[in-house]
Design a protein around this ligand. Structure first.
Ligand SMILES: [Fe+2]
Length: 190
């Protein structure tokens, strides 16, 4: 008998959202707050926390809550998950996000609003990323959940990715001349 005794779930869901309308609103907001803030971003723009009651994000937030409910059920926690904060990111040429996690958050995630070609994959790092010492072979080039150090996702517009807040991740730099827009968020248990 073999059992998977610990697991790290990553949820991927396609949301049916008008990304063009969201993009226009986001670019407008950036003009009103051109400085934003710097946290994990290497270059690029990260907004300050957004208003949870902003009507322009209502469709997104409502759909996000539904998916959070579905995804969080696997944790079998009898308490509710609520959105704690959310913000948007705009990465231009050569901008990315260094390895970080959302420590303190229960679940975190990202929704892709605008994704030009080659604008950067999302990489998750194995919680026990020390396997390189054990597997000194070319087999490391192919993904295997028992021995890989990284798992990556190629973003697409309208894709929502959910993951535990403690999971380390990074965003490759944008190699496109167009901007890459996403919305990130953290949740807590209430
Ligand atoms: Fe992040």
């Amino acid at each position: 008998m073999i059992e998977d005794v610990f697991a790290t779930p990553i949820g991927q869901y396609k949301l049916d959202i008008d990304c063009l309308e969201l993009e226009r609103y986001i670019l407008n907001m950036k003009e009103k707050d051109p400085k934003g803030r710097t946290i994990s971003n290497v270059g690029g723009y990260q907004s300050n926390p957004l208003d949870l009651n902003d009507k322009n994000f209502k469709v997104f937030l409502d759909k996000l809550l539904l998916k959070l409910k579905e995804y969080s059920s696997i944790f079998e926690i009898s308490l509710n998950t609520k959105i704690h904060d959310y913000w948007f990111n705009i990465n231009n040429l050569k901008h990315g996000n260094k390895l970080h996690n959302h420590s303190g958050a229960f679940l975190s995630g990202v929704f892709y609003v605008k994704i030009p070609k080659n604008s950067g994959k999302l990489y998750f790092q194995n919680v026990k990323a020390s396997h390189d010492n054990c597997f000194k072979s070319k087999t490391l080039n192919t993904y295997n959940k028992y021995r890989s150090n990284y798992y990556n996702i190629t973003p697409k517009e309208n894709l929502l990715v959910l993951f535990p807040g403690w999971l380390d991740h990074l965003v490759e730099s944008n190699n496109s001349n167009e901007n890459r827009i996403s919305i990130s968020f953290n949740t807590v248990i209430e």
